[in-house]
Design a protein around this ligand. Structure first.
Ligand code: NAD
Length: 479
């Protein structure tokens, strides 16, 4: 099946007629093609967005809200179709796409459809100077949204929804590895009555289509989620053009487990935070640190549970772990397993590719647990982004804090303890944008979301996102 660009409310082939193969990770077969859009396609998308901006930015908040909520409802109506498409494109279990990815994409539109009706600006009375200041929050104009392959529609819509809710028009590019649900979203937007040109979706490689978006002199803001190296490149290109930037990048998140935690809850959640979505979530707790007094017990119990996870075809109901997203990604993850062995890491379970009968060319890998003797080894420092976690014991709270913070990343951290003072002390000192205590990935869309250090700049979520997608203009009136 061939995917097309969605520009000015209509589907188009790429101007250059340049196409890329789209693979199904579950069987390794090409099942369609996607445009590798050029500068000309991005320019067409920009022109459509620019010409609609004067009308869309003046559309009432109620009318915008109604359309966003309609998109949300249509996604819910089409849940099964979208979940199957997401699974086929990405390799994740259909059950996961059906319970997490697509419902969350629908929530993104509903949430920002509601949030925009509550978004307010400030006023300041300059007492003694006979003046009043009020702050306008004006949409930026045409903005660019670029997203990765791990949570395709979920993260694509996490950017698009606040951008259009705030009155911007968008040129958006999903990952070329997982373009399908972004393609289907175009149909939904048309059906929901989104005026043509408000959202334009161009497909293609980062180095061609993505590059054309970030270099475009009149696309005034870029909201990007993806790898840290790509983020650094985008920052370099965008800086001299003075674009507003939001960068949500990689992570190497610590999962710190103290002996006084609720053990069963911790164990079950740790299996999830290690391997959900084949470990391909930027928030996965890929470094597990366990207090020495329970290390042995944890190791036995954790390995037992991990071995029970079923790797299988994504469409099967009982599959816990589907296929990795692509062949190059599977090879990258396998390389890290080889590095772990070279570094004297102990493979406690997994470590091998898997063959699923009937789908022999799919990209399957056993969930892998590596015991490391030092936090400084490469598998403990570099983002692997697959079903691979490391574990090691720690002795004191200070030790745990030190090793948790001793990476270049700072996205999220998970802490398991029932000691209130310790949880507050550590939450204050953990170097990450998000800390979960006694839970993982519990999301409230109003909260700021993002990382520090090499995990990015800026925050998404709630009013933070609406602030990013607007320019503040202060008006001072003397009376
Ligand atoms: P990636 O950086 O390779 O690609 C992300 C997107 O950027 C894709 O759409 C790609 O085509 C585009 N791109 C690549 N080069 C570009 C360029 N020169 N100009 C413009 N766009 C370009 O990342 P990926 O492999 O798709 O995703 C995995 C990474 O994303 C991991 O590092 C993961 O941690 C990160 N991630 C972060 C978050 C977060 O919220 N912090 C969430 C999910 C994923």
């Amino acid at each position: 099946m061939n995917i097309q660009n969605y520009i000015n409310g209509q589907f188009h082939n790429p101007a250059s007629n340049d196409w890329i193969d789209n693979y199904c990770p579950a069987n390794g077969k090409v099942y369609g093609q996607i445009p590798n859009s050029s500068k000309a396609d991005v320019e067409n998308a920009y022109i459509a967005a620019k010409s609609t901006f004067p009308t869309w930015s003046q559309t009432t908040l109620e009318a915008r809200s109604r359309i966003l909520i309609k998109i949300s409802e249509l996604l819910e109506t089409n849940l099964q179709r979208f979940a199957e498409a997401e699974s086929k494109d990405n390799g994740k279990p259909v059950s996961l796409a059906k319970t997490i990815d697509i419902p969350r994409a629908a929530s993104n539109f509903r949430f920002f459809g509601n949030a925009i009706t509550q978004f307010a600006s400030e006023s300041h009375e300059s007492v003694g100077l006979d003046a009043i200041n009020y702050t306008l929050r004006q949409p930026i104009g045409v903005v660019g949204c670029i997203s990765p392959w791990n949570l395709p529609l979920y993260l694509f819509t996490w950017k698009i929804a606040p951008a259009i809710a705030a009155g911007n028009c968008v040129v958006a590019k999903p990952s070329e590895v997982t373009p399908m649900t972004a393609y289907l979203l175009g149909e939904i937007c048309t059906e929901a009555g989104l005026p043509k040109g408000v959202l334009n979706i161009v497909h293609g490689l980062g180095t061609t289509t993505g590059q054309a978006i970030i270099e475009h002199p009149d696309i005034k803001a870029i909201s990007f989620t993806g790898g840290t190296t790509t983020g650094a490149h985008i920052a370099k290109v965008a800086a001299p053009l003075f674009k507003k930037l939001s960068l949500e990048l990689g992570g190497k998140n610590p999962n710190i487990i103290f002996a006084d935690c609720d053990y069963d809850d911790m164990l079950e959640t740790t299996v999830r935070s290690s391997f959900a979505n084949q470990g391909q979530i930027c928030l996965c707790g890929s470094r597990i640190f366990v207090e020495a007094s329970i290390y042995k017990k944890f190791k036995t119990d954790f390995i037992k549970k991990v071995k029970q996870l079923k790797v299988g075809h994504p469409s099967k109901e009982d599959t816990n772990i589907g296929a990795l997203v692509s062949k190059p990604h599977l090879e990258k993850v396998m390389q890290y397993i080889a590095i772990a062995k070279e570094e004297n890491g102990m493979i406690l379970c997994g470590g091998n590719k898997m063959t699923i009968t009937g789908y022999e060319n799919g990209y399957y890998l056993e969930p892998t647990v590596i015991e490391v003797s030092t936090d400084e080894c490469r598998v403990n420092q570099e983002e692997i982004f697959g079903p691979v976690v490391t574990m090691m014991p720690f002795n004191t709270e200070d030790d745990a804090l030190q090793i948790a913070n001793k990476v270049k990343y700072g996205l999220s951290a998970t802490l398991w303890t029932n000691n209130l003072k310790r949880s507050m002390r550590m939450s204050n000192q953990l170097q990450s944008g998000i800390v979960w205590v006694n839970t993982w990935m519990l999301r409230d869309l109003r909260t700021p979301f993002g990382g520090i250090k090499a995990s990015g700049i800026g925050r998404e979520g709630g009013f933070e996102a609406l602030r990013f997608f607007t320019e503040a203009k202060n008006v001072c009136i003397k009376y």
